[in-house]
Write a new protein. Structure first.
Length: 194
């Protein structure tokens, strides 16, 4: 174990890394909570910015920590903090019409993180985030159908198709932002290496 003026013991560095992970996980949980409050009312599922941050959590935190941030978000709501859309909270939200969408967040974050693990170009980012949205809409519309509409055609219209333009815009913005961030991170790493 190295020590000295310019080097830190490995245990300190490991502690700093763990703290950084905790901060990023909590940060993305908070961002999804904020995104839930930026909404355009629509029944039974409102337009929100949540999925924008869910996709970014998987892309930036990866398959391990992205889903953890989304599980933390869900647990905060179940514990009674008003983090769901319309300042909602409680287990009833997870069992209601929007519950499938909420429960899909950790899964979508994992899928995005997993698929971006080795390929990070812009086109692949767009494809990966589209797959993440497909996961959210699939799980969301299945629960929406069983607890609300009981009609697959109506469910598809009200639970997925109505959001296509909104989520396409969020997907493109999330992929572009992710690509910008990793580009700057790569440039910074290259400049430090020189």
């Amino acid at each position: 174990m190295k020590t000295g003026i310019l080097s830190l013991p490995s245990s300190v560095l490991a502690g700093q890394k763990t703290l950084a992970h905790v901060v990023w996980i909590a940060g993305f949980s908070a961002l999804v909570a904020v995104g839930a409050q930026i909404e355009i009312p629509n029944q039974p599922v409102p337009y929100t910015l949540q999925t924008f941050f869910v996709l970014l959590s998987g892309a930036l935190l990866g398959k391990r920590y992205g889903p953890v941030s989304q599980i933390l978000y869900l647990l905060l709501g179940v514990a009674g903090l008003p983090v769901y859309s319309g300042w909602g909270f409680g287990i009833a939200r997870l069992l209601g019409p929007t519950g499938g969408y909420l429960l899909s967040f950790p899964v979508a974050s994992f899928v995005v993180g997993y698929l971006l693990e080795h390929h990070k170009d812009l086109l692949w980012s767009l494809v990966t985030m589209a797959i993440g949205l497909f996961v959210i809409f699939s799980l969301g519309t299945i629960q929406l159908n069983f607890v609300y509409f009981h009609n697959w055609r109506e469910t598809a219209k009200a639970g997925a198709l109505i959001f296509s333009w909104w989520d396409a815009a969020k997907l493109v913005c999330a992929a572009l932002l992710y690509h910008q961030i990793i580009g700057r991170k790569s440039a910074l790493r290259d400049s430090r290496g020189q």
